[in-house]
Write a new protein. Sequence first.
Length: 306
Amino acid sequence: MRFDVTILGCGAALPLPGRNPTAQVVNVHEKQFLLDCGEGTQMAMRHHKVRLMRIDHIAISHMHGDHYLGLPGLISTFSLFGREKDLHIYGPARLKEVLDLHQEVGESWLDFKVHFHPTTTDGPVVLFEDATVQLESFPVRHRIPTTGFILREKPKEPGIRKDWVKRFNLEPSEILTLKKGKDVVRADGTVIASSSACYPQLASRSYGYAADTNYWTPIAKSVAGVNLLYHEATFDDRLKARAKKTFHSTATQAAKIARDAEVGQLVLGHVSARYTSMEVHLKEAKAVFDATVMAKDGMVLSVPFM
């Protein structure tokens, strides 16, 4: 099943040609989640052929403009395109005030319902879940209240082996029992083992997202074991002091989080506009955590199995 990340923008506060402010779409089993929505997100969606009307969930990490200024325009476009489906937005409580004010001063109305879910930095929270995916938030450390996000694939029941269905003439109730990992014990003493009757269960995958944060070791616990982690790397080691002062991270610090969290792969983004090349960032990070790549606008990353 599909689980991938399309990077729509991996830049920091200043938009640059080819490096939009932060935004990305995560597709989990054909459900699309937009994480942050900086300026230019709509144009990036069009350029990279993302079907924006299929986005039903938008999660905003914090109230700095390079992470949410594209959202009012996106909502307006949804309306112009005749959207009728409900839209769910997750973000800091004051984001609702901003969105409501846009509607009020423009005397606008929507033909679809917007459900706003305020986030908190008090601890990890499950924001949304259904049968196939779960969206969580977790606190990070930035200059204003900010959260990271995790998308987790729900474990899928294993498939039943057809030859075993035929061999034991399994009843529907017995098949359900076996798929739940339980053995079937019949009245005559026959034991049908779930581990033999079912195919091995595929491991579920997860994606962690920490877009703006100081180096903060509790993040490693929050994202422990995720298959793919996106972590900001605004500066290189030469500007470590500035990273601390501005509540951002260096590439080395992001790699330390990935290493300590034992993630599958690290993606670095949110690089300051002062850098025209990210070679130093990648070199510094790989010295700590080799399974590291640099984000690029338009990049599509499949969340790997570990």
